[in-house]
Design a protein around this ligand. Sequence first.
Ligand SMILES: Nc1nc2c(ncn2[C@@H]2O[C@H](COP(=O)(O)OP(=O)(O)OP(=O)(O)O)[C@@H](O)[C@H]2O)c(=O)[nH]1
Ligand SMILES: [Mg+2]
Ligand SMILES: [Zn+2]
Length: 352
Amino acid sequence: MDLTGLGFDGWFEQRTSSLLQPGQGLARVTAVDRNAFLIRGQGAEQYAELAGKLRFETQSAMDLPCVGDWVCAQWSASEGPALIHAVVPRRTLLRRKRPGTTVEFQLIAANIDVAFILQACDHDFNMRRIDRYLLMASEGHIEARIILSKTDLISPAELERQMAQITGAGISVPILPLSNDNGSGLDAFRALLAPGKTYCLLGSSGVGKTTLLNRLLGREAFVTKAVSETGEGVHTTTRRYLLILEGGAMLIDTPGMRELGLMGTAEVMKDTFAELGELALSCRFSNCTHGGEPGCAIAQAVASGTLSEERYRNYLKLKKESEFRGAAYFQKRKKDKECGRIIKAAKKSMKV
Ligand SMILES: Nc1nc2c(ncn2[C@@H]2O[C@H](COP(=O)(O)OP(=O)(O)OP(=O)(O)O)[C@@H](O)[C@H]2O)c(=O)[nH]1
Ligand SMILES: [Mg+2]
Ligand SMILES: [Zn+2]
């Protein structure tokens, strides 16, 4: 397959010329398992490892290849693994805060064109979760589509109500309802996929991501599992894999996420909550935090019913969270840098 079919274009080419060394070629990462990688270049998919320099000089997980990345690789003359020497700058990046209390990021996938955010109609439906996924996609500069799955489990009227709830909240992202069970909406979903573009499936465990992938493939290629009785989703998919579909589109199935850590910037918040940003222009104070100041246009819109209170509350909650995470993250980066300096200084003194 040529590189264009894998999504390579002028944008990447521009950023590659200075990186690629003689003897190396470009490849796309299709799977990651700790320090082992599957990459795909012009030839067949193959096993790869990190070159020593990349492994030892890496400061943060952000600098290591993840699924979807373009890398500069050197193929082995013998049967051995290829070596990854460099990661090409990413056009888009999906990442989340690592579960727990640290402020490290976990990379989910790189160079995704469109993220499908799946919500199951039956009991997964949750507006706040939709907002969070949309924010995550927007932070990564990725277009999003909302997929309401398992429509066979609810009535048409209930589906209508859920769709109205999303649009009513001011979310303008296209919504597609579908059922893996009775097949409705599947053709419409297929029509969204274009050759050479990269897509990913996001959403809680058990919403039917892998089942959808199997429907597209027309066979039970990947394992799916019934949602457990307690409602506590068991993670059936445990690894991300970039798959090339028959029509030439690429799709990454992901394990369901339990905790969505986000680090937002003011710009991203404005993007996801565009209508709030517009309203904020009419607040009395230009630095209004919309947290109860007099003359707040957002509070007025909530009071008069033109803005849903739920959306306003989500906004405040996410804003607080992303500000906190942002501050913590930059503090940590600073500390890492200081550590690096101390180690460097120590090494220097050892040489004498
Ligand atoms: N009724 C109904 N059940 C579905 C539908 N899609 C998937 N399921 C069922 O939901 C369960 C979970 O589906 P999976 O595809 O494994 O879910 P997943 O999103 O991949 O879950 P993780 O891999 O854990 O993230 C399975 O029992 C599927 O058969 C649907 O459209 N309707
Ligand atoms: Mg799965
Ligand atoms: Zn205000």
